[in-house]
Design a protein around this ligand. Sequence first.
Ligand code: SIN
Length: 483
Amino acid sequence: MTNYTPHELYINGRWVPASTGETFEVFNPADGELVACVADASSQDADTAVDAAFNALSIWSKLTAKQRGFFLKSAGDALISRTDELARLLTMENGKPLAEARGEIAYAAEFLFWFAEEGKRVYGEIIPSSVPNKWRMVQYQPIGVAAAITPWNFPIAMITRKIAPALAAGCTVVLKPAEQTPLSAFALCRIFHELNIPDGVLNCIPSSKPANIAEALLGNPLVRKITFTGSTEVGKQLFARCADQVKRISLELGGNAPFIVFPDADLEQAVDGVISSKFRCSGQTCICANRLLLHFDIAEEFIVRLTEKVKKLRIGNGLEAGVHIGPLIDRYGCTKVDMLVQDAVSHGARCVCGGKPVQNSDTLKGYFYNPTIIVDVTPDMAIWRHEIFGPVLPVVTFETEEQAVHYANDTIAGLAGYVYTQNLCRIYRMTEALQYGIIGINDPVPSTPECPFGGIKQSGIGREGGRHGIKEYLDAKYISIGI
Ligand code: SIN
């Protein structure tokens, strides 16, 4: 347990129990130990939080961008100064290695810093009129109450990526963090609370029944914006339900990232790149390499070099020094990954390393999966089509650039894609041809607060980060003045 376990919901500037008095438990995925008991928000709590957020709009939206930015910047500073304790908390609820958790705290703070400034640049427009007696302009205003539904894989950074632009724009927020990882969310709210952010501007209502909370938020006309990161399946349901009240929605959904290596790549750099991309957060990121596409000429050598390094990755409790691979988030996640691997093997694929969950022992009691490289994969296998969300890398070889593009784009997902090559003309051709919202060329981790993050096709709608990110929380108001 830590000081950052308030157990209670954060509504209207107060820490309160759930209206039902119910709680749920949070477990450490590395050892199954109980980490905390948390108030279990009900639909009624969701409505109370929305009312609070709605009432707070009159104060928050009237502050200047500079004043709002002060809260964001100060919260970012507080995150940085408490990195050690927050990173431990994050590792305890999510399982990722401490070094990654520390990186996530810094990443989370960067969204706060970026949007603290970007809020000041919400410029309107004056549009030259087509008639002589009218003056035309556009003003941007906060949408209103934004509901943020956030995932467990980045328990704090995916929150700041949403709430920083929302708050900077002048919106107020009801946050429903993932039930697996509510503690980092509470820690962040505590920081804003200590900064005396006005009551109701930020509310936090975790729940063990996320569908009920989502339903309450969707049905409440005071909520004008839904922002969600999570599965494509749930995203589609939210999207459909937003139609009823024509709510604005941003969706950051599943990926199926190709990681393409051409013979003209720096192979060592590419091996290290695919390891950073694939094994970050034990392969549980939406943008991680999901399919490795190797040119036939370098495939054998590449797999030898990659396997050598992957075998050295240390699996363990993220709190221990030197651990590279933490557990998967829960039993379901581990079973799903293993089913995809076994299905591929039963259809003729072969594991070069890994290929099964880690046997539980006195030191490893959680949902660990052995880092796996799987060859002889064909594009008709389930593992090629589904987001794996685990430390498993299926490999396919190709002979021509056209074939690589065809394989890469042969998916309903369109979040991130990666290319390794030193050929400038190929870089331009691949950038043009790949159907993805984010392209990393010789760059395995392109995410950054100042650039737009988001997918095309069924990977989502809208963008987070950069100047694009704040637009998601603003309405354009066109004004025509007869003069
Ligand atoms: C994600 O998994 O969607 C987030 C990854 C990132 O921000 O780099």
